[in-house]
Design a protein around this ligand. Sequence first.
Ligand SMILES: C[S@@+](CC[C@H](N)C(=O)[O-])C[C@H]1O[C@@H](n2cnc3c(N)ncnc32)[C@H](O)[C@@H]1O
Length: 276
Amino acid sequence: MPIDNVLKLYAKTIRSPFLHYGFWDDPAAVDPARVNLADIAAAQQRYIEHLAGFIPENVQSILDVGCGIGGNSAYLREQGFKLEALSPDRYQEEVFQQKFDGEIPFHRSKFEKFQPAKEYDLILESESACYIKIIPGFVKAQEVLRDGGYLLAADYFVHHNDRVDSPHLKSSHNIERYLQAAADHGFKLVREYDQTENTVVTLDCAKEFFTRFVEPLLDYGRYSVERKYPRLFKLAGLLFGKHIASKKNQLDLIDSAEFRKHRRYMIYLFQKDGNA
Ligand SMILES: C[S@@+](CC[C@H](N)C(=O)[O-])C[C@H]1O[C@@H](n2cnc3c(N)ncnc32)[C@H](O)[C@@H]1O
């Protein structure tokens, strides 16, 4: 994967060092209409603080798998951990290298293909577990971790598949299949935490932003083109109508009710038991 342009878009617009959903301590107290970008960045900072609370005491070295643009690595390094990071993405590598200037070693690779030169105490998969193929991911984690080492995964997983055409059912691992594969490949589940409610607030904010700014702008653009260039408008409808309909379906991704129905945002701490 040379560059993931969706992640690049988030990095350029939100301008925080994170590429995850964030964590809201008190979801009921948040009014999405009043949230600004600084609040989103603060929720993202809170996410890694909360997630770091799951790191066992005897951990020193961490491989930040799917490190994005380095916010988690930076925080964990400040907490005294020895970091290395990995991502297959060229843009992220560039940002990461500019930020750390080689002080945190960066490996440009898919995790499944990573050739480790040493063993680590803990692998962090912060919102990257869903990008990594389940079985090759656990096989590689066995190879990369010392005996008794940990895999800390935080991500959204599918808990309910009603076979409808929902984007929530794509690009996400099935919870049961994921946990079964972990057990089958020598990983004992030692802690789990459901942070769905602390996560979906970000979707409510994205939806608020979309309905308040993006939708009216799109409507206005459509109206202007139709009025000034009616034939071009008709042609574009014929050519791109299906594509636009499929993009509308993608809007379900920022619908928190749809998220809850199909997905759970989970933290899983596994320990390598070495018997795989
Ligand atoms: C949603 S971002 C999360 C970034 C970062 N961990 C964070 O929490 O801000 C997903 C990350 O997984 C990376 N990724 C995608 N496929 C991967 C793979 N096969 N192996 C490792 N990382 C992968 C992406 O490039 C990106 O860095």
